[in-house]
Design a protein around this ligand. Structure first.
Ligand code: NAD
Length: 502
């Protein structure tokens, strides 16, 4: 039986009304229409955002273009931009509880986890601030007496930033501070399901002293607001995190004007487990990897590839531990798995489970939605006997559903791991150094965890192979991603003429 935490009604909570930030002003959309956000864990309206339109996106792009072309932001020193980012980090830390609460009620994630994400986000803003002072190019004094070469790093220009609903504040923090550190100006579109904390970030940046037009935040749907942000000729780069399908569309849209694109997309991440692994540690990591953020996580460890000799024992141990995971009220500090983002998404998750059952998989645990009186929830679910060709082993379920596959040889494990279109992250569990390194080098994914899962740090690049994305976020190159290189080829002394050699 799943341990549940009954959601408490949000009786005293007053829904927040948000405006959009365009050119330093908090504005409504022309006809005043709004999108209402129903809290997935409580079933009541908690936020109203402006239902922005294409003209709103165009106004924001024009403001960002002016702010870039006329300054002052791109012309400020790295130290000045760094100081502003540090001030923003302090203000985010000061409002972390408010921001975490907004993320928890709008997305349905547990409040304890939302607070941890805010802590991570503050660290990223500080890290980006440090990088702002270290952005530099190269010089070549080795090209002969007549030439000095200097390679500049220049801000790329206006960047469209489009984010998903599953980590609302954390993901905008993986993009915006690095774009700002480079000297770019931006138009940000948060998910229409979880825009609140990004709009509060707009207030924070205004308080920190960001010049008007440098950060614009437009709310609304993808087709209405996001699409023009990917096609408009005045946008120089699109930084997108979301589904692989919309990522593909974004790349096609950006191709019309040959914009640079950075894409962080879906994942179906394997954890490969050998018999010599520390199974106590692994079982805990498997449960964490599968149910963290209710499995609505690009990095979810949703595909276990267990050595045949240990598969039955390990699956049983994971099922036992899964029964202890607390599912329910996102605002209860003891909750570990919160609500599912929308009723429609819950149906999609349930569809994957019934499809797997029809294809011959066994439901070893859960498999059902949970009725907790308010909101929508899914029981932690384990599917055993999953074959590599089944949809549930190849596609992103984006729910608390763990698929268990088996292998006999290392080559077979690697073949199964690499047999799908995604390549975001992977885990390997073994006490043998050679085994870990072999998997680490041969599995095609942007991050490989060895004897751990889903750890991260601002210093470590993150992103996907194959259809999990393009480019990397975080790490010391993250600011460079928002720059162009420019070559200054400088001549010293008399030139050799082309038409009349001396
Ligand atoms: P989504 O692709 O539906 O939406 C993402 C964003 O794109 C939203 O803001 C949405 O409004 C916008 N959008 C939708 N249609 C658009 C269009 N035509 N043009 C421009 N923008 C458009 O994704 P989602 O459901 O919000 O998020 C879940 C997905 O995000 C999952 O696939 C998950 O794996 C992925 N994700 C990836 C990472 C990563 O770092 N790799 C991190 C988090 C989430």
């Amino acid at each position: 039986m799943t341990v549940t935490v009954q959601p408490k009604a949000l009786t005293n909570y007053k829904a927040r009304d948000f405006r959009m930030l365009i050119d330093g002003n908090w504005v409504k959309t022309e006809d005043g229409s709004t999108l209402e956000r129903v809290a997935p864990g409580h079933g009541v309206i908690v936020s109203r955002y402006q239902a922005g339109t294409k003209p709103d996106a165009e106004r924001a792009i024009a403001a960002a273009r002016r702010a870039f072309d006329d300054g002052p932001w791109p012309n400020m020193t790295g130290a000045e931009r760094s100081n502003l980012l540090l001030k923003a980090a302090d203000l985010i830390a000061a409002r972390a509880d408010e921001l975490a609460h907004l993320d928890a009620i709008e997305s349905g994630k547990p409040i304890s986890q939302a607070k941890a994400e805010l802590g991570g986000a503050v660290d990223i803003w500080r890290y980006a601030a440090a990088l702002a002072r270290d952005l530099h190019g190269e010089s070549y004094n080795t090209l002969g007496q007549g030439t000095l070469g200097v390679v500049l790093r220049e801000a790329i220009g206006v960047v469209s930033i489009i984010t998903p609903w599953n980590f609302p504040f954390l993901i905008v923090s993986q993009k915006l501070p690095f774009a700002l550190a480079a000297g770019c100006t931006t138009v940000v579109k948060p998910s229409e399901l979880t825009s609140g904390s990004t709009l509060v970030l707009g207030e924070i940046l205004a308080e920190a002293g960001i010049p008007s037009g440098v950060v614009n935040i437009v709310t609304g749907t993808g087709p209405e607001v996001g699409a023009p942000m990917t096609t408009h000729p005045d946008v120089d780069m699109v930084s997108f995190t979301g589904s692989t399908g919309v990522g593909r569309l974004t790349m096609a849209n950006a191709a019309q004007t040959l914009k640079k694109v950075s894409l962080e997309l879906g994942g179906k991440n394997p954890q490969i487990v050998f018999p010599d692994a520390n199974l106590d540690e692994f079982v805990d990591a498997a449960v964490f990897g599968a149910y963290f953020n209710a499995g609505e996580c690009c990095n979810a460890g949703s595909r276990l590839i267990l050595h045949r000799d240990i598969a039955d024992e390990v699956t049983a141990r994971i099922a036992e531990l899964s029964k202890k995971v607390k599912v329910g009220d996102p605002l209860d500090p003891s909750t570990q798995v919160g609500a599912i983002i929308t009723p429609l998404h819950l149906e999609k998750i349930a569809g994957y489970v019934s499809g797997a059952r029809d294809a011959g998989a066994d439901v070893a645990l859960g498999g059902e939605a949970l009725d907790l009186g308010l909101g929508q929830f899914m029981a932690p679910t384990i599917l055993s006997g999953v074959k590599p060709e089944m949809a549930v082993a190849r596609e992103e379920v984006f729910g608390p559903v763990l698929s268990v596959l088996t292998f006999e040889t290392t080559d077979e494990a690697i073949r199964i791991a690499n047999s799908i279109d995604y390549g975001l992250s992977a885990g390997v569990w073994s006490r043998d150094f050679d085994t870990c390194l072999t998997i680490g080098r041969r599995v095609r994914a942007g991050t490989i965890w060895m004897n751990t899962f889903m750890d991260g740090a601002s210093e470590l690049p993150f992103g996907g192979y194959k259809q999990s994305g393009l480019g990397r976020e975080l790490g010391r190159h993250a600011v460079e991603d928002y720059t162009e290189t420019k070559t200054l080829n400088m001549h010293i002394g008399a030139r050799t003429n082309w038409w009349m050699p001396r």
